[in-house]
Ligand binder design. Structure first.
Ligand code: UGA
Length: 441
């Protein structure tokens, strides 16, 4: 099947590479020429484990092509996937300008009947709008069916999620189109859920909102644990054993970040608001998350007082491990607050430095060596749970820092381990070390 993917962002690239791997002839189109030039050489503009080898392999064997030319991309496509960005506007709603451009371009360039599947996260009703745009411009003899087909790929695990996802959602009001898409996805052997278009659109927002809610919930429980002397690791395990709750997304930390949860939660609040349906629970989830991102610096100030002139090692810049993405990363909130407090920040990250530097500039120091970041530091804050940080021998904090004080926003170390070292250690939702409140000693 000749497949075209519009957008060479993280969803578009992963979708293109994986569909080529499944044996389809895939053309990925993007308007950014530099990106396409890079991709044509088999190099990925994003860091995603396993992606580059898939791109290289499928370029080499002729299954995958990159282009900026809409005629090449759309004229003979049997299925077109829309995977362009839907960034946040000033009021939190999704900006659909790239969707509009792609819909117009598809209508102008198609030369045969085609199914258009939207992978981008779009507000309810958008796929019907895409259908209208295309129908109003396409050659009248051609038939186009727009399908809502949201993606559930996690950055850092996107290839795995593509081939082993929990479900595939196909939203269309036409059973024959649903059957064709079901056939298309059959080789993946993933459960398929067929719905109407609007329900499919809503499933994506509801899924991300629910996962974000789990995270803010566990962070709130963690904050109470700190006061009552309980341990969030034990509590999360204890509630997660209940199958109705489940173990996933119960890891307390510095709050969620990334290009999806912050944007999609705000967009859903906005969608509800459009119908005078205030989504108070999700508003609270967002507020809790904003507060959570500020806790490490508050804890730092509680521990050493003023941060003015203090050297702070910030371990991790990416919004989570295994990605170079820093969008809405808690680490960037921490950087901002540390700079406002007059601290001198030295940040470590194994791969996200170039992307962080584009946003933060030279206001902080950067290093790919953890030890260098820790050298002579008065304080360390852990913002990302990179394996390199989790496996750092604890002696290093003692040998390199001026004062071994660690604020761990990701609970990277076990309390058992920490107890063996004279390190002042504060994590999320667990007793500190040494325990300062003698009530719990
Ligand atoms: C998320 C969803 O998990 C995907 O299913 C969805 O397709 C994607 O958004 C999207 O809409 O495109 P992603 O943002 O890549 O994927 O990353 P997650 O693994 O979901 O993590 C999001 C944030 O939550 C990270 O900052 C992570 O550190 C944080 N998190 C996650 C926690 O703090 N605790 C947890 O237990 C889990």
């Amino acid at each position: 099947m000749k497949v075209t993917v519009a957008g060479a962002g993280y969803v578009g690239l992963v979708t293109s590479a994986c569909l080529a791997e499944l044996g389809h002839q895939v053309t990925c189109i993007d308007i950014q020429k530099e990106k396409i030039d890079l991709l044509q050489c088999g190099r990925s503009p994003i860091y995603e484990p396993g992606l580059e080898p898939l791109l290289e392999k499928n370029l080499r064997n002729g299954q995958l092509h990159f282009t900026t030319n809409p005629h090449k991309a759309y004229s003979d496509a049997g299925i077109i996937f829309i995977a362009v960005g839907t960034p946040e506007t000033h009021d939190g709603s999704a900006d659909l300008k790239y969707i509009h451009v792609v819909a117009h371009t598809i209508a102008n360039y198609i030369e045969q009947d085609v199914i258009v599947c939207t992978k981008s996260t779009v507000p309810v009703g958008t796929n019907e709008l895409i259908q209208q745009i295309i129908d109003s411009r396409k050659p009248p003899n051609l038939q186009v069916e727009v399908v809502a087909n949201p993606e559930f790929l996690r950055e850092g695990a996107a290839i795995l999620d593509f081939f082993h996802g929990d479900r595939i959602v196909i939203g269309t009001n036409h059973p024959e189109v649903a059957a064709l898409m079901e056939q298309f996805y059959l080789p993946l052997n993933i459960p398929i859920i067929k719905t109407d278009i609007r329900s499919a659109e809503m499933i994506k927002y509801a899924a991300n909102a629910f996962l974000a809610t789990k995270i803010s919930f566990i962070n709130e429980i963690a904050n109470i644990c700190e006061h009552v002397g309980a341990n969030i690791d034990e509590v999360a395990y204890g509630i997660g054993q209940d199958k109705r709750i489940g173990q996933h997304f119960l890891k307390a930390g510095v709050g969620y970040g990334g290009s999806c949860f912050p944007k999609d939660t705000k967009a859903l609040v906005q969608i509800g608001g459009n119908f005078k349906q205030r989504f108070e629970l999700l508003e609270a989830v967002i507020n809790v998350n904003n507060r959570q991102q500020s806790l490490p610096v508050l804890k730092a100030m509680d521990t050493i007082g003023s941060l003015h002139g203090k050297k702070v090692a910030l371990l991790g810049l990416a919004f989570k491990a295994d990605t170079d993405d820093v969008r809405e990363s808690a680490a960037l909130t921490i950087v901002k607050e540390l700079l406002e407090a007059g601290a001198d920040v030295s940040a470590y990250d194994p791969i996200a430095i170039p992307k962080a530097r584009k946003i933060v500039g030279d206001a902080i120091g950067y290093t790919e060596e953890i030890r260098q970041a820790l050298q002579d530091a008065d304080l360390a804050i852990i913002a990302t749970d990179w394996e390199q940080i989790k496996h750092l021998p604890l002696e290093v904090y003692l040998t390199h820092m001026k004062n071994p004080i660690v604020i761990d926003g990701r609970n990277c170390y076990s309390l058992q381990e920490i107890k063996q070292f004279p390190i002042t250690y504060l994590s999320v939702g667990r007793p500190g070390h040494p325990i300062v409140n003698d009530k719990f000693e």
